[in-house]
Design a protein around this ligand. Structure first.
Ligand code: URA
Length: 250
């Protein structure tokens, strides 16, 4: 049960921007529990108030989930003084409570979830849950079969512990190699540091999957869409399934 302003309620439900919904309210287009309310600051209850806009019932969603195709140059934060953030890209949703599920580096592209569901976010990021993340990368130099074995064994990237077993797939090997790497941790700059420890530089990095979700080909850079109820369930199941998972089976 939460009491919030009527204009915030409506803008978070996607009825319009905050200033648009204020106008709608002042024009008498909104009723609460059957009565017109003309004050945007009037408090409503997100669970029990019956809010109608132009005779359509508006149901408040407590938790929302978005899948963003993060472009390079955008920072994974809720606010930043100097740079565009991932939450800026979802501004028109009118939700002020969104945060990214973990971070991608500024120059990394690809799948990033944004939500206001702190529990799911915590579970997806928990080191105990071992949720898999798959990256496509271009690496300067020849990635070898030996590296596949080393990545599977765990790599010393200068932390207290070696990395957990990771699955390296070579798509092409040459001056610039193309690979896919699946890891089940989220250490700082992990993919770049794993290759650095082999003396190689990652020149391009894109996350293509997280848990059971993959980045849809149709989703352009900078675009996003809501997760479907099935996808939300899938992510929740990923967290259950991964708890105590033995990742050495790669
Ligand atoms: N690993 C990295 O090095 N960078 C990212 O953005 C994500 C994983």
């Amino acid at each position: 049960m939460a009491q919030i302003r009527l204009d915030k309620f409506l803008s978070e439900c996607g009825v319009g921007t905050r200033s648009e919904v204020k106008n709608f309210i002042r024009k008498g287009l909104v009723t609460v529990d059957g009565f017109p309310v003309k004050k945007p600051e009037e408090k409503v209850d997100t669970d029990t108030s019956d809010v109608m806009f132009q005779n359509t019932r508006i149901t408040y969603e407590k938790y929302v989930y978005f899948l963003l195709h993060k472009p390079s140059g955008v920072v994974s934060a809720s606010s930043d003084r100097n740079c565009i953030t991932v939450t800026d890209l979802l501004k028109k949703e009118g939700r002020t409570d969104l945060f990214p599920v973990g971070r991608l580096d500024k120059d990394t592209e690809g799948l990033l979830l944004l939500t206001n569901d702190g529990e799911l976010c915590h579970n997806l990021l928990s080191p105990k849950k071992h949720v898999k993340k798959t990256y496509f990368a271009q690496v300067e130099g020849i990635v070898t079969q030996q590296m596949i074995r080393e990545f599977r064994e765990g790599i010393d990237i200068g932390d207290e512990k070696k990395t957990l077993p990771a699955q390296l797939k070579i798509l092409s090997a040459g001056e610039i190699s193309q690979i896919e790497l699946t890891i089940c941790e989220g250490r700082f700059h992990q993919v770049k540091r794993m290759f650095e420890s082999c003396g190689m530089r990652v020149s391009y990095l894109k996350r293509i999957a997280m848990g059971g979700l993959t980045l849809p080909d149709s989703l352009e850079k900078g675009s996003y869409r809501r997760l479907t109820p099935q996808e939300i369930l899938l992510l929740k199941m990923d967290c259950e399934r991964m708890e105590g998972n033995d990742v050495s089976g790669y």
